[in-house]
Design a binder for this molecule. Sequence first.
Ligand code: URA
Length: 242
Amino acid sequence: MERLQKVIAQAGIASRRKAEELIQQGKVKVNGKVVTELGTKVSRHDRIEVEGIQIEKEEPVYFMLYKPTGVISSVKDEKGRKAVTDFFAQIKQRIFPVGRLDYDTSGLLLMTNDGEFANLLMHPKNEIEKVYIAKIKGSLDAAKIRMLERGVMLEDGKTAPAKVKLLGGDRRKETALVEITIHEGRNRQVRRMFEAVGCKVTKLKRERYAFLGLGSLRPGDARALSPHEVKQLRALAAAQTK
Ligand code: URA
């Protein structure tokens, strides 16, 4: 569910503030009834009219992008850097990323124009697993791996238990390739977790998001999610946020 003024603004009819005025002036109807209360929640199934004209709802769309490094996870960047939406120039819907990957992280990023879906997946109670492959510099021994698995103290609190698998490494050079599975989504979490045990992440890729993998996509490629995948993601998130 979204706030009525936001839905009107997102349909490109008016700014958020102007939409609020229109609502207060009794110019907005939801399913045929005038609504004057700001903050009324509506879903995409509600019929909304502004000054007698039904608003055009965007068809919801869902994609996965193999985000390359050197791309910002937002709709637009003031500094003119490449943004994840630039890979969807031919899509007319206004899509945005579900969460974010750092500028220098690559991998699986979901993109949609469905705010309800995005909020559901990003809900803090949500325990959707994300699998990352990290290339690290610094010595990583069994004790440090156990610390990462149990949770490490970061400035925003202790991390939840993680799964850590050493995929390879070079002891002499003090480099390692590690698979780490987390289900929180804090800012720069994987990088900070490794920092907390004295290692530096030199390369980071998100390999999986819940049951979704990158398959044969290459950096910069995207594909639409199937209706079944969208349903599965919704069901997974809904089950966890109850
Ligand atoms: N953890 C990070 O440190 N960076 C990301 O982009 C994602 C998870």
